[in-house]
Design a protein around this ligand. Sequence first.
Ligand code: PLP
Length: 870
Amino acid sequence: MKAIRRFTVRTVVPQEIAGLTRLATNLRWSWHLPTRKLFESLDPVLWQEVRQDPLAMLAAVSREKLQALAADSDVVARVFAAEQNLDDYLDKPRWYQTLGEGAPRTIAYFSPEFGITEVLPQYSGGLGILAGDHLKSASDLGVPLIGVGLLYQAGYFKQSLSRDAWQQESYPLLDPDSLPLTLLREEDGTPVTISLPLPDGRVLLAHIWRADVGRVPLLLLDSNVAQNDDAARGVTDRLYGGGGDHRLTQELLLGMGGVKALRVHARLTATAAPEVFHTNEGHAGFLGIERIRELMDPALTANPLTWDEALAAGRASTVFTTHTPVPAGIDRFPRSMVEHFFAGELAPGVPVQDILALGAENYDGGDPAMFNMAVMGLRLAQRANGVAKLHGVVSREMFSGLWQGFDHEDIPITSVTNGVHVPTWVDPQLAELAREKFGADVLDGPDWSKVYEVSDEDVWALRRRLRSALVEDARRRLRSSWKKRGAADAQLAWTDSVLDPDVLTIGFARRVPTYKRLTLMLRDPARLKALLLHPDHPIQLVIAGKSHPADDAGKKMIQDLVQFTDDPAVRHRIVFLPNYDIAMARTLFPGCDVWLNNPLRPLEACGTSGMKAAINGSLNLSVMDGWWDELYDGENGWSIPTANQGTSDEERDDQESAALYELLENQVAPRFYGDVASTSAGAAGPSQPNSGVPSHWISMIKHTLANLGPAVSAERMVAEYVQRLYQPAAEAGRAAAADDYAGTRTFAAWIAHLRQLWHGVHVDHVESHGLSDDPQIGETLQVRANVNLAGLSPEDVGVVVSYGTAAETDELTDTRTLALDSVTELGDGRYQFAADLVIDRSGCFGYGVQVLPRHPSLANSAELGLIATA
Ligand SMILES: *Cc1c(COP(=O)(O)O)cnc(C)c1O
């Protein structure tokens, strides 16, 4: 019989060891090894049975066992010490507390998914894991962040394979009561409920669960509330659930409901309201509408703002991060659908046409019938960024329609390269080795150069242990997968000996959208087979990844790959492991010698799995895309060359796969096996390939750890967000709100005035004097531009000369700018702007003149998208 309702009864832990409940509920355990070890030590067998989930462990321990533990003074002392350590972690000042009073008091971080631990499966891939790592590093640095997301009843799907290797999805329901979550309650004990008015008089209610990620609270909205109708209950059923309507409702709940949740949380905890709102990808963008609604609501303020004023105020304190250059990765809804939702009571008093204009694709190539969430995100944030340097370039190009007339490099989208949370992703064995040799926490700091003091033998022995752990795990997972595919135990003896702990191990695991090209390695199956079965230099491949449930092309790729791995001739050297998740990843990254990444350049915004491999001493073998494009240095791995632009898809894949085979055969494998220390020269071979130590390989590992370790850490990333984006946004937000938004009201009026007159602004005439007939470096050019300001005042604009090296196309490179700040009124709304420009370079010199808006409340002179040029 099936249960019609399930609930979880929480264990009452005896007083002496009550600290265990707290330790199990704060997710810091997921990256704090000593806490995990404490739980493991209580019952090592049970610990494995509950898959290393502390809360599940407390639920599974018998009452007798708990009594016995409570009577054991050693256990009691260790629990007490662990709790003390947690308290210290939660309370002591950390890096952020050195920044002084001006730093934002609270920052709200919105994301549709959070990947914190496998115990809380609320993520599908990179975006979620990044968000989880962001919270963890914020906690480690003491950043007062609050996460906001949704609690999905089924999270993302679990993947298995059918007999013929077709991806199967299942959605096991989660019981929030059995998860490390606390239901937010009013002081009288009733659950906090927020509500969102939907069309046709319906209402969407949601409860709020809080997860504690170290110091950082994460609020998750849950629409599975008894008072909701069935459709409303299902809104948070699964990650990125369903099509249009369903997804739009999820995003309205995340954005608008998320702001309401923050308001309640601040009231209940008597903490400061967020001063900065960070929109992690477009999905959460409606948070900006809810904030505008608040500012325009006469019930909330005596002196409500207009739309323009509220927009300016909201923008000042909002940061938007775009995560994808793949158009299919951007959320778009039919404009009419968005209009339908806002026509009702969702944001009364907020003009629907203005909301619709925020998401309008009113630029070349845009679709006027669509509402674009990334475009809205950019328009609602005064500060925006991509997630790697190259992705910054690609994003400025991709969204250039919003900044017509601007050079792409002047478009105000910067970049902050992603990072990974080191304590989560460094293998415990590596962390212990570091601790043993150098004392606590060398891996927490920005200097990893101590790795050069570790002997080659120790590094190599560790690498083998990590590889062996992966081989063990892969065998177990493969066997279980085959059982699900219908094989009997008797047929599966071979799975006990797949993979070899001494063979060069290459990993490839990620979601399976087409652009990541899971099957590039299969382009020439005979060539791949030869690499796998090479008599002296074999490689082995461990592969994993989930395809989006609606993506048959992705599922076909998985099927092609799995069918290749099913071949008895190669199945001991290549495996596909179903159900890629955080738990698998933590064994996979450390266990691989090489991490392979072959996306279609430049479609990988950043990619983080290669970073997680690198901090474990794996070497990257990757197309020059995402983070690798900026951090590959020739000694930390290999770069797979990219075909020239204009090459056909077929030719491109041929060329890039050939380059990949070539690198594996001639560089990667020989270096792994070849360079064997003299003591065991000649011992290399497939039977015992690595009794010696390949010194060049190990020098690459040390170089990778020393240089990439700190560079790819999420602490570096979060610190950059704080200094480059959160702090300026908080300052702008405070200035905007000062004196009941006095500055905002004048700023918004100024913008309106500017927009009204700007079309009349133009550069009438530019002249320059002063150079000799044969100009030399150091000579002075007097530049004068006569500009018609069409009724604006000279203080409203900045006129600059942009100069640089002129190419044949007249495109300037290496440009610099100089303000033309000597102003003469010419009458009739005309002014002359002048300055002396010192020639600072030889060769073909060129310049142009730009007129841009100027105001102290602008974060960037390009942000309004207004420019006049000559
Ligand atoms: C890191 C990670 C990802 C993201 O990997 P990318 O290289 O960014 O595609 C996805 N899933 C899991 C389980 C991960 O650990």
